[in-house]
Design a protein around this ligand. Structure first.
Ligand code: SF4
Length: 644
């Protein structure tokens, strides 16, 4: 173990929960160079240890909790951690990225990542003190059964008690009742932040792990501390002065996108039947900011501070993000913002992903409306939703079906064409029939219908820039580039929102300027040029002035990454993740969208308003070096050094 690089603590710990045996997981500098950290590191560990026959709720499933080398270095928006394993929702790779304090304090405990194997035989919480592990009884300590905030408060109390009244600073993650009861889309919560997607909370629940606390006094080894300090200051300034990361996100958070999506008919409405919601102004970011927001908050070391703080029953809590506003607003025809705020808090407390939960309920409402499933749920009738959330978390009545997500409900009751998911993971609130590149991303995303893992092309197609959102031209190449870029950012331990500052500011502040118009018009025609970049990224052996990540890796870690090699790391990670998916049988047949999005034009008078998926998929596979079945070829795996 150990490392010659800065940034890392040099230790990856493997815990056999069945036997409580602690061992060091072998992870060397060559692996750090190839897989950096965070999500990509987790992919590599899972790829090396899983055969493809394991299931999420089995002792053979492995959960990896990992940080990146920039976590704790003071780099902007770097206080994050990743959690990966087999997803109970999709049956293959599941990953979720989370803010909160846990990642930072895990490193203070001297550890870069945890590899959890097996299963505790009783309800347990784990204490990590400077690299030493103690397993505690979560029943005797009154933790099991608690919601997310009381669970974290109880952990804090227990820590203070055990230190003779001394309040040591620590980080923690917990699951809520949903994770304990095996709701397939259960979240992991750290402070007020959620790692919501793909059901990692249910994996911890299966393993009988209620929470993990980490603390310690290990120092961060930064290769060039003086220069890194200067670089970070410059980077903070850059983000603060950029129109997206310095103005729009701090002012309105992601909630600010509701109005932009409405304008461009991209706001999922009535379970994706439509792209506009007539009452959108009652549930948009502007109304949230004016009537409810108390203060902006952010994760550790984040200058962007995209999180809202709102008041619920006299308590200051985290406000809803765009996805929650969209899916629990127009998605179910609800125009009561106060209710969305309360539901958002309730879902966090129960430990459930708001996207999958809301979308599954919207599917159930439509199934009821169409007479496929008599469940009492109706669009616009929302008085009993709080009770329904509890019923889902505790798997009671109709909640027991809803706890399995929209794909499984549709398999049971029918209506597959309007269960808005891909590979079992529900889509976010961006309606892809008006942003077809985003549609491709949802379909090919390794972790299922995810806007971010899918490349987030919607930012090009109307939420930042204004490229033709209905053309398939260049979209596969952009999808690959953006996926690889975000994969690398995630691997270093940073928030993906730092990539928003990649777009020159004038493109956003002067949307009708000559340069912006030329830029937007040219984008659909630069597929060939992008293909060259995607094929030969090493040619870009430079630090780009608008992209600070690579220089930070050089100064903090001592890894000589330039823009091209950084993208190559992202490509390696994304392809490795796909190769892992392929072990579980994923192929082109799974890169799909519900028929509503591919076969039914959103505007009956405009046949272009649907996702031309098959056409884009072929180009995408080719650009990636995957065969026509969507499987990475041996040549590609060798080129990326995934295999020898
Ligand atoms: S931009 Fe938002 S989500 Fe990302 S690190 Fe900052 S506060 Fe957290």
């Amino acid at each position: 173990m150990g490392t010659t690089y800065g940034g890392y603590m040099g230790r990856v710990v493997q815990i056999d929960l069945s036997t409580k045996e602690i061992t060091d997981y072998p992870w060397n500098d060559r692996e750090r160079e190839l897989y950096i950290g965070g999500k990509t590191m987790a992919d590599k560990i899972l790829y090396d240890n899983l055969k493809g026959t394991e299931t999420a709720f089995s002792d053979e499933n492995i959960v990896v909790i990992s940080t990146g080398p920039l976590t704790g270095t003071g780099a902007p928006s770097s206080g994050r951690f990743n959690i990966s394993g087999i997803s109970p929702q999709t049956g293959h790779i599941g990953t979720s990225n989370c803010g909160g304090s846990f990642g930072y304090y895990l490193k203070r405990a001297g550890i870069d990542a945890l590899v959890l194997r097996g299963r505790c035989d009783t309800h347990t919480w784990i204490e990590i003190n400077n690299g030493a592990f103690v397993f505690h009884d979560a029943d005797a300590d009154g933790l099991w059964g608690l919601q997310a905030t009381p669970a974290q408060e109880r952990l804090h109390e227990l820590m203070v008690e055990s230190k003779g009244g001394k309040d040591l600073r620590h980080g923690q993650l917990v699951i809520g009742p949903a994770g304990e009861n095996g709701v397939l889309y259960s979240a992991v919560i750290s402070d007020e932040r959620a790692g919501g997607r793909t059901g990692m909370g249910a994996n911890l629940g299966y393993k009988n792990v209620k929470g993990i606390v980490a603390y310690g006094n290990h120092a961060f080894n930064i290769k060039n501390p003086e220069k890194m300090k200067v670089w970070n200051a410059k980077w903070f300034d850059y983000l603060k002065n950029h129109p997206l990361t310095g103005s729009q996100l701090p002012r309105l958070g992601t909630a600010g996108l509701v109005s932009s999506m409405q304008m461009r008919s991209m706001l999922s409405t009535k379970n994706y039947n439509y792209g506009q919601y007539e009452d959108f102004e009652m549930v948009n970011g502007e109304t949230l900011a004016e009537d409810y927001n108390i203060v902006n908050q952010g994760c550790l070391t984040c200058p962007i501070k995209c999180a809202r703080t709102v008041n619920v029953n006299g308590q200051e809590v985290k406000g809803p993000e765009l996805e929650t506003l969209g899916l629990l607003g127009g998605g179910i025809l609800n125009n009561d913002l106060q209710k969305i705020i309360e539901w958002n808090h309730e879902l966090d407390e129960l430990g459930m992903d708001t996207i999958s939960c809301a979308s599954t309920i919207a599917y159930a409402m439509e199934a009821n409306e169409k007479g496929l499933w008599e469940n009492g749920l109706e669009f616009g009738k929302t008085d009993d939703l709080s009770q329904l959330f509890e019923d889902i978390a505790y798997r009671r009545g109709v909640g027991d079906d809803l706890a399995n997500g929209s794909r499984k409900c549709a398999e049971k009751y029918g209506g597959k064409e309007f269960a808005i998911q891909s590979k079992g993971l529900e889509l976010a609130a961006y309606e892809p029939r008006r942003a077809v590149g985003q549609g491709l991303g949802y379909a090919v995303s390794n972790r299922g219908g995810c806007h971010l893992n899918g490349g987030y092309l919607v930012i090009l197609e109307g939420l930042g820039l204004f490229t033709n959102p209905l053309t398939a031209h260049a979209k596969p190449d952009f999808t690959m580039l953006f996926q690889d870029l975000m994969e690398a950012i995630s691997a270093t331990g940073q928030c993906l929102f730092t990539s928003y500052a990649f777009f020159p500011g004038f493109l956003i502040t002067r949307p009708n300027g000559v340069m912006t118009t030329i830029f937007n018009a040219a984008i659909p025609f630069i597929g060939g040029a992008l293909r060259l970049i995607n094929k030969f990224p090493s040619a870009l052996a430079v630090h780009l002035p608008i992209f600070h990540h690579t220089k930070a890796m050089e100064l903090a870690v001592g890894m000589p990454l330039k823009f091209g090699s950084y993208i190559r790391c992202g490509e390696r990670g994304y392809t490795l993740e796909r190769a892992l998916d392929c072990k579980f049988g994923v192929s082109a047949k799974d890169d799909t969208l519900p028929k509503r999005l591919t076969d039914v034009p959103q505007d009956p008078n405009n046949p272009k308003t649907k996702v031309p998926l098959d056409k884009m998929k072929k180009t995408y596979y080719k650009a990636r070096g995957w065969d026509e079945n969507g499987v990475p070829t041996q040549k590609t795996l060798r080129k990326l050094k995934i295999t020898g």
